[in-house]
Design a protein around this ligand. Sequence first.
Ligand code: FAD
Length: 167
Amino acid sequence: MKIVVIGSGFGGLSAAIRLQAQGHDVTILEKRDKPGGRAYVYEQDGFTFDGRPTIITAPWLIHDLFALCGKETADYVTLMPINLFYNIRFEDGSIFHYDGDRENILAQIRVFSPGDVDGYLRFAHDTELIYEKGFELIDQPSQHFLPCLRSPLTWCAYEPIPRSRTW
Ligand SMILES: Cc1cc2nc3c(=O)[nH]c(=O)nc-3n(C[C@H](O)[C@H](O)[C@H](O)COP(=O)(O)OP(=O)(O)OC[C@H]3O[C@@H](n4cnc5c(N)ncnc54)[C@H](O)[C@@H]3O)c2cc1C
């Protein structure tokens, strides 16, 4: 089948790769001069700026795309785990170092705002549940209105997620 994908952001590119791997004849149309969408790369005065995203949170989705085409990610790009995700700098010069180490994050919250430790733990727990639910649905087509609606309702019904904070 001849298929036209409009837009070459991560969404368009990954849809096009999947369709082409299924044997379709795919054309991508992009209105900008380069692919990438929100991950566009800007160049100015000899400098290169990533438009974002800054970190890749689900590398296995990238490996899936390469695998669909019979390729290995590592033959094309090197993905490296990074220790520090980002720094949050405050006006008084203090810096919060945000990384993937829960103990390190908790230790810093204890210094910055001890009263927020429990709130952070609740927040981390809630987002973990949302993440798990979201990833269950990530490869499910949502072509009809009711099933789309059911997913957020399921989340609301999820006892440990307080509704006022989820929506
Ligand atoms: C500041 C910021 C930080 C982020 N950080 C992260 C991160 O750390 N980790 C992470 O995983 N994600 C991150 N994201 C999210 C991620 O970048 C986006 O979810 C993803 O890039 C969106 O891809 P998309 O293909 O859906 O849309 P887009 O990237 O918006 O792509 C849409 C494309 O369609 C093109 N287009 C639109 N209309 C037309 C038309 N009529 N004809 C032709 N072309 C058209 C546009 O030019 C664009 O190239 C971040 C996003 C932002 C904005």
